[in-house]
Design a binder for this molecule. Structure first.
Ligand code: GLN
Length: 488
């Protein structure tokens, strides 16, 4: 893991702001030398960063800024004025942010420095970061393998120490899945915990801006900054994230569904999970079997709802208002058609067609409405589980990171990779992926362990993850993979 935590960076710079210039020069040098191999960063902004450092150096009371001088990278679908918001799509070629998203302005108000933007699957649709106009992102543990997606660029940038915190977006697992593949923490907050103002919408009822970090403390610090109610997003929760709650492991009950991962999940993932469960028991955690039968319907439900919402959200990209335009058109109809046909990639077009179909007259009731019914049903089943347990444990992914190019044409495999992550988005509950201390024995690749918590219990979930981290259950052992922060 990275050698420097947020609190150390914050302390170092508030005592000596002059160190910032050299630190950031190092980060940009690291990115320049490492990024061609990993392709996790799409743009950096050294000139803006330089100005920002000057601005921060003038601050009289830096110790009051929880992220003073802390480097951050954002996914290319989060608005920051004058930074690329290309969403890894041809259709938004050259498009720059017009304003600051609430998450970005909260980070900056706390003293953070946004150094650049991260690669992603086009419009956040994908599970491997291979569907990107910028090309695939490479896994830090094995460059021939995928980083996971869709926030693969953010995951790898965090794992490599280009930034202490990186932001992604999680609509169906896009932060937890790449976190698992890259050996770091990925946290999807309760729906509405973090403002979506300035996030390019994919599935609006599912999307959450979500952070990657290398420690639970860092996660807690960043959540205090971005987990705030926002008048610009009516779906934000009314109370702010309060900070992790203390957790007595001996009082905790965790629900598991072994039958769910008995088939179709890599053997080494099951083994690592079983080992961790045994360790948890030794620490006093009670493990209980639970059942959530509707979970089997989640993938189909998710892909119907997410595609329906995407088809409507992506209607605005018409070649007139933003980015790419096919000039050679005789009519407005032709301009729309040609710009969209050439501007969107294959996977995005697939989703738009699927979504348009399920929303069309005659099909709406059979698909979209049915999907919403299943969603309600699932909510009730999960709510009932909380009568017996505090958290639910699941693998984050059914497989280890696969090879680049191996699965990108296999739609079913790709969609099924989200099996364990989408239920949290469909029901709005918070979920975390933690890097288990033991990776895959044969390949040494990292493995993620996931926990769900009840709606609005973000503080309790992060407190629990922190208690387990303190007991050395998490943190990938191959620290050689992770670079030292900023080369320090
Ligand atoms: N893999 C899922 C999809 O393609 C999740 C994406 C996400 O969370 N943004 O829809």
């Amino acid at each position: 893991m990275n050698s420097m935590k947020i609190s150390q960076i914050q302390k170092m710079f508030s005592e000596n702001p002059d160190l910032m210039t050299g630190f950031y020069e190092n980060i940009f040098k690291n990115i320049e030398s490492q990024n061609p191999e990993y392709n996790s960063i799409t743009h950096v902004y050294p000139d803006i960063v330089k100005k920002r450092i000057e601005e921060l150096s003038q601050i009289k009371n830096p110790q009051d800024y929880p992220l003073y001088g802390v480097p951050i990278v954002i996914k290319e679908n989060i608005q920051k004025k004058n930074y690329s918001v290309q969403c890894a799509s041809k259709i938004l070629e050259g498009y720059l942010g017009q304003y600051d998203s609430t998450a970005v302005s909260s980070l900056e108000k706390s003293g953070a420095i946004i150094i650049g933007t991260a690669n992603m699957d086009e419009f956040a649709m994908g599970s491997s970061n291979e569907y990107s106009i910028h090309g695939p992102v490479h896994n830090p543990f094995d460059k021939k393998r995928v980083s996971g997606g869709s926030s693969g660029g953010s995951a790898v940038s965090c794992a490599l120490g280009f930034a202490s915190v990186t932001l992604g977006s999680d609509t169906g697992g896009s932060v937890r899945q790449p976190a698992a593949f890259c050996g770091i923490y990925g946290y999807k907050p309760t729906y509405g915990r973090v403002s979506r103002y300035g996030l390019v919408a994919y599935g609006s009822s599912l999307d959450q801006i979500s952070p990657f970090t290398t420690s639970v403390d860092d996660l807690d610090t960043v959540m205090k900054v971005i987990g705030q109610t926002d008048p610009k997003d009516a779906t934000t929760l009314l109370h702010n994230y309060q900070g992790k709650k203390a957790c007595d492991l001996a009082q905790i009950k965790v629900g598991i569904m072994p039958s769910l991962w008995s088939k179709g999940v890599d053997k080494s993932i099951v083994e690592s999970i079983n080992k961790t469960i045994e360790q948890m028991k030794k620490l006093g955690v009670t493990i209980k079997n639970i059942d959530i039968p509707t979970i089997h319907k989640c993938i189909s439900t998710y892909y119907i709802i997410a595609s329906a919402e995407a088809s409507s959200n992506l209607a605005r990209f018409d070649g007139v208002r933003y980015g790419y335009r096919e000039e050679n058109s005789q009519s407005i109809q032709e301009l729309y058609t040609k710009s969209r046909s050439k501007g969107f990639g294959k996977e995005v077009k697939k989703r738009i067609m699927l979504g348009t179909f399920t929303l069309s007259q005659g099909h709406y009731d059979a698909f979209y409405e049915k999907g919403q019914q299943v969603r309600n049903y699932l909510k009730k089943e999960i709510a009932k589980a909380w009568d017996d347990v505090d958290f639910i444990l699941l693998p984050t992914t059914p497989t280890l990171p696969f090879s680049i190019g191996e699965k990108c044409e296999d739609t079913l495999f790709m969609y099924l990779n989200d099996l364990f992550t989408v239920p949290a988005n469909l029901t709005g509950i918070p979920a975390i992926s933690c890097p288990m201390i033991e990776g895959d024995k044969e390949t040494d690749l990292p493995i993620g362990l996931q926990f769900y918590a009840p709606y609005n219990e973000d503080e309790k979930l992060i407190g629990f993850a922190h208690a387990l981290e303190q007991k050395q259950l998490f943190g990938h052992h191959r620290s050689d993979v992770f670079m030292n922060q900023g080369g320090l």
